[in-house]
Design a protein around this ligand. Structure first.
Ligand code: SF4
Length: 226
């Protein structure tokens, strides 16, 4: 598999925020979101070739049960099920971070952390924006992921007007346990995070959705590998 980076940190987002975790970042993502903080992992060749045994060996060097497979977009990688199986054999708790654009059945992961992309993530380049718009949201895929796996849904909020789009997405998907829905501020820097957090907090109070931290931004200002 092409591995962009493997590093040890704290889970920064979602219901497991704050828990020490090893991050395995796979290379490749077709969406090209405007505010993506891992653009260096977009290219499917942006990394080094690792065997699954070497990934497991690398992950095992840290005293940590949680492993987060992230990207890029891990769900477009055909070797993902085998990696998940071998991490479970190594007694790891496995989270897959995904934009929810592809479905793979019967993986023994513990959590799928889905961050469906709203129109606020459209790239500025018109050609890329068109590709992004065509592939950023597949309600059928989202529904299958939610029905098949333990999940959390994290929406990135850039402005108050995003709330209507989030609610429409949830209505279309149907059958979503709102206790598993989180909102988090769109923020590339600590200053931006602190600026937008009160707005998102108010949206959470209004809707009952949970507020998701972004510890990697708050603690390390989005520094790569932290
Ligand atoms: S889906 Fe995630 S990894 Fe891919 S471009 Fe968007 S934010 Fe970046």
């Amino acid at each position: 598999m092409i591995i962009n980076e493997i590093f040890y940190s704290l889970q920064g987002e979602g219901f497991l925020a704050g828990v020490p975790s090893v991050f395995v970042r796979l290379a490749g993502c077709p969406l090209r979101c405007r505010w993506c903080d891992t653009k260096y992992a977009w290219d499917e060749k942006a990394g080094k070739n690792y065997s699954i045994d070497k990934i497991i060996q690398t992950v095992r060097q840290w005293p940590c049960k949680l492993v987060v497979i992230t990207g890029g977009e891990p769900m477009i990688n055909s070797d993902l099920p085998q990696l998940v199986r071998q991490l479970k054999t190594a007694d790891k708790h496995v989270t897959i971070e995904t934009a929810g654009i592809a479905y793979i059945p019967e993986m023994p992961c513990d959590l799928i952390s889905i961050s469906p992309k709203l129109s606020n993530s459209a790239p500025t380049d018109p050609e890329l924006a068109s590709i992004h718009e065509d592939s950023r949201l597949d309600i059928a895929v989202l529904g299958k992921l939610i029905d098949s796996y333990q999940f959390q849904l994290k929406f990135v909020v850039d402005s108050k007007s995003d709330l209507a789009e989030i609610q429409q997405t949830l209505e279309k998907t149907g059958n979503v346990d709102f206790e598993k829905v989180m909102l988090m501020p769109q923020a590339a820097t600590r200053d931006e995070l602190l600026l937008k957090s009160p707005m998102v907090a108010e949206m959470c109070k209004q809707t009952g959705f949970s507020f998701s931290q972004r510890l990697q931004v708050l603690l390390w200002n989005n520094q790569k590998g932290r």
